[in-house]
Ligand binder design. Sequence first.
Ligand code: HEM
Length: 400
Amino acid sequence: MSDSYPLPKNWRCPLDPPAEYKRLRQEAPVTRVQVWDGSTPWLITRYEHAYEALGDPRLSLDFRLPGFPHTSPTSAARVERVLPFPFREDAEYRVQRAMLVQEFSPRRMETLRPRIQSIVDERLDAMLAGPRPTDLLAAFALPVAIRVICELLGVPYDDYVYLHGLSCTIGSRDSPKDEAGRALEEMDGYFQRLVEANVSNPGDTLVGRIVAEHVRKGALSKQDASAMFQMLFHAGHGPTAYMICMGTMALVLDPDQLREFRAVADEPRQLSAAIQELMRYVTVSHSGRQRVATEDITLGGQLIRAGEGVLVQTDSANRDERVFPNPDRLDIHRTPHRNLALGHGIHLCTGRALALIELEVVFRTLFQRVPTLRLAVPVEDIPFKQNDNLLGVHEMPVTW
Ligand code: HEM
């Protein structure tokens, strides 16, 4: 048993996972780490084990099971609340997830592409008309990601500063338990009111459709619906906004790759492969995927007993030299290989089709319209969110 988790990261190379993962992949790919409350879950760092673990139904995301590896007080605070579907017991989870399958189908998401393009164009027009340097997060990445999810769900866009603030408190490992609890409470109140409004008058939005089809017919409680929509709001904007910032950073710091990217951006297949490579390289959901064993299993030759916690470190897996040659190099022509940035197995990201379309539109448009985009300060001066479940920034000054 070894390190305390999360492992220290060198913020001068913010796009690289902690260097220690390389040694662990080699010497102790399934090992124990100590988390904030003194418990010692298993840490998985190799791709093959991460892939196997995320695909194994005996490793559960049910937050309430004893031994579940809560990596922060905020995570632990959630146990006392109505949990969103991904963190529920298996049968309930499957029922609620099935309600969303059609809503997020690739075909349906594809119909949003023109609207996403106009949101991106509008935000870029506004950014380019404003002062230089500017903060890419506040001027572009957040407004784009939040407007898309707000329109899809049917959440008033004007409420986004308030809701994003609550999301940040919930996602930060620094938030004390009572503060995180209060933020969860407020978020819940907000979405309960949205559910009520749709019960009386369902809108032609995702929230309206779920309420009409499932809440009004008694198949989904109002509480569960509120938890579901909170989850969709939270998961549907933060990772996308930070991926826009971190992906931009990766490209502007590597002028050769940026040149290559701009050369292929009009070719849909190559654009899609380039986005996959950016997702792999950045792995913005960089905190370990939390699981608990419901039966004894063996992973990488190591016995993991029922009731023991597991953290599947996908940022490390995505830099595994056994799978990705020269893994620390961004290479937008890399032969596509399934990376784990959007997860794998039953909990594979619900919004993946939407996220990929947003990122394709964003990066193609951003670098075509603003070819001279660059950081306005050295990387060392960028305020990163150093204790967050996502690899993100407080702000990212850019100029052009
Ligand atoms: C770049 C953007 C995104 C990234 C990197 C990302 C990443 C992930 C990852 C890694 C998981 C798996 C969690 C686990 O296995 O423990 C996940 C699940 C999920 N994501 Fe995303 N996501 C993104 C965008 C979105 C969007 C736009 C939505 C839309 C609402 C969304 C909704 C969800 C939901 C609901 C889950 C839970 C799925 C389940 O447990 O069945 N995500 N996401």
